[in-house]
Design a protein around this ligand. Structure first.
Ligand SMILES: [Zn+2]
Length: 189
């Protein structure tokens, strides 16, 4: 199990914690952005972070791990490997997150939903709906980072590797917009 300071150190040394003016995939603005893909681009770190998260679900008999594209893809794969479970991803088809590429969920299958960073939790909630619509049972949610300030709630067990208290703003209230700092839109939506 990685300790919190080890996780923070991985995020820092891989450049996954960025400073600037960002539009998050939730539409909110922030001076801080967490680009977990940079930490996960090192397979050794990806595997260590994912195993650390997977460890908490060791006794849940997870059959399938699923993450929303793009952020959840690598994490799903690595957590699936650690748990000996299948790993798939949900991706946007128009406005909805759906299962494509022949991905299927068995009836009653025990599913773990994973996401790299939770801000509002909307992608996780959509993925949960997709799983339930496909007949699966959402057992729990796992994320590397919670930046929701404890506001996200999925109605199932939720495990987080690290909580980061980073301010977000509605676009109309954003102080960085008021200073005309150029807006970066790194999100994948
Ligand atoms: Zn702004």
């Amino acid at each position: 199990m990685l300790r919190e300071e080890e996780i923070l150190s991985i995020l820092k040394k891989t450049g996954a914690l960025l400073k600037g003016h960002f539009q998050l995939s939730s539409g909110l603005h922030s001076a801080d952005y967490i680009q977990c893909a940079l930490a996960l681009s090192f397979p050794d770190y990806a595997s260590r972070l994912a195993s650390s998260l997977a460890e908490r679900f060791r006794n849940e008999k997870i059959g399938l791990v699923i993450g929303p594209a793009m952020g959840g893809i690598v994490l799903s794969q690595e957590v699936g490997r650690a748990l000996g479970a299948r790993a798939i991803f949900a991706e946007r088809e128009g406005a909805r997150l759906s299962l494509r590429r022949g991905f299927r969920i068995e009836k009653g299958e025990r599913v773990l939903v994973v996401e790299d960073v939770v801000t509002t939790g909307s992608s996780v909630r959509e993925t949960m709906e997709t799983v339930r619509g496909g007949g699966g049972a959402v057992v729990a949610v796992g994320s590397l980072v919670d930046r929701s300030g404890g506001k996200a709630d999925f109605g199932v067990r939720w495990e987080i590797l690290i909580k980061l208290e980073l301010k977000t703003y509605l676009p109309e209230d954003c102080p960085l917009c008021k200073e005309n700092i150029p807006l970066d839109k790194p999100g994948s939506r």
